[in-house]
Design a protein around this ligand. Structure first.
Ligand code: NAX
Length: 327
């Protein structure tokens, strides 16, 4: 039996947490032979901590053979202690009338503190995956606090967008989902993201050739993927939760599976025309468990370049809103 790994999860009593924790404990994220200890972190709010107690009781009641311990806490230093993976889901939601800049600043405070504490107390091999919005910029903020852990260990999730794009292409082409490969998300997890259909294939053929409808690809396809979160809220009255949790399982599972090719928001280092110091979605290949290299060299046509410029502009603006906080 392998030694258990410690998985810290913030926002553990929230919607996504409720769909996620049971899948981690069942082995879906780290594999059927990898025991886990869940370190569940919630905001210091009585209602949230009470809800967390209930979630922990349900985890107990599942009798998962791989679940070797549960920590419940509102203290980040306790929650991130020795964590091998830190899944940052908890964030402040945008309230009515709240400006984007205020949301960025309020979340900035959370992610500065969490980044600092993770760097101080998490395991030497710690990896961080950010889901809480605005995910790319929150990830950049957390990474800005790290002195011990390299920036490459901090990733943000664009996998939900990739999964959404894959399904939309399969439906349009009338093929099974598994026929669609190499659809990657570039840029921000926001409506400006670019699902780069130009590199995707369907049954080994270029997707754009199979679909043969550039107007749809450039218009409704990009729009449907970019605004899918809003469409879910309009239909369900609540934001995506089960699909977001599923995407985080995919994000981490792919990052621990050598050879996996998938979209992750990482420090751009100037690749694909992004500002060097923003966290942007791009294609990566997992090298060793937890490590990856960006797949470079995909050619971008004029449409793709314009889409990347627009999503890069938004990321640079988001960073400017919090520039005074990350100095
Ligand atoms: P919920 O409001 O249901 O849950 C969030 C939980 O986080 C709450 O229980 C809250 O008490 C807790 N929390 C707040 N601040 C905290 C802190 N400082 N430390 C620990 N816990 C804290 O939201 P949920 O639907 O679970 O969504 C969570 C986040 O994911 C949101 O920011 C949301 O916008 C974002 N999403 C990101 C997606 C992505 O693809 N990157 C997609 C889904 C989702 O919209």
């Amino acid at each position: 039996m392998k030694a258990p790994i410690r998985v810290a999860v913030t926002g553990a009593a929230g919607q996504i947490g409720y769909s996620l924790l049971f899948r981690i404990a069942s082995g879906a994220m780290f594999g059927p032979d990898q025991p886990v200890i869940l370190q569940l972190i919630e905001a210091p709010i009585e209602k949230a901590l009470k809800a967390l107690e209930g979630v922990a009781m349900e985890l107990d009641d599942c009798a998962f053979p791989l679940l070797k311990g549960i920590v419940q806490t509102s203290d980040a230093s306790t929650g991130f202690k020795d964590a091998n993976w830190c899944l940052l889901i908890g964030a402040k939601p945008r309230g009515p009338g709240m400006e984007r800049a205020d949301l960025l600043k309020d979340n900035g405070k959370i992610f500065i503190e969490q980044g600092r504490i993770i760097d101080a107390v998490a395991a030497d091999d710690a990896r961080v995956a950010v889901v809480g919005n605005p995910a790319n910029t929150n990830c950049m903020i957390a990474a800005s606090q790290a002195k011990r852990l390299p920036a490459e260990r901090f990733t943000a999730m664009v996998r939900l967008d990739q999964n959404r794009a894959q399904t939309q292409l399969a439906k349009k082409a009338g093929v099974d989902l598994t026929a669609v490969k190499d659809i990657f998300i570039y840029g921000n997890h926001s409506p400006t993201m670019f699902p780069a259909y130009g590199h995707a294939t369907i049954n080994g053929q270029p997707a754009a050739k199979v679909i043969n409808d550039d107007t749809w690809l450039q218009g409704p396809f990009c729009e449907t993927v970019g605004k899918r979160g809003a469409a879910i809220i309009a239909a369900r009255g609540l934001s995506s939760a089960a699909s977001a949790a599923n995407a985080l399982v995919d994000h981490v599972r792919s990052l621990v599976t050598p050879g996996a090719i998938h979209s992750v928001a990482v420090k751009s280092h100037g690749l694909y025309g992004f500002d060097a110091n923003v966290w942007a979605g791009m294609p990566v290949k997992t090298t060793t468990p937890g490590s990856y290299e960006v797949i470079t060299g995909y050619a971008m046509d004029a449409f793709a370049q314009a889409k990347i410029a627009a999503t890069n502009k938004e990321l640079v603006e988001e960073r400017a809103f919090v520039a005074d906080m990350i100095k």
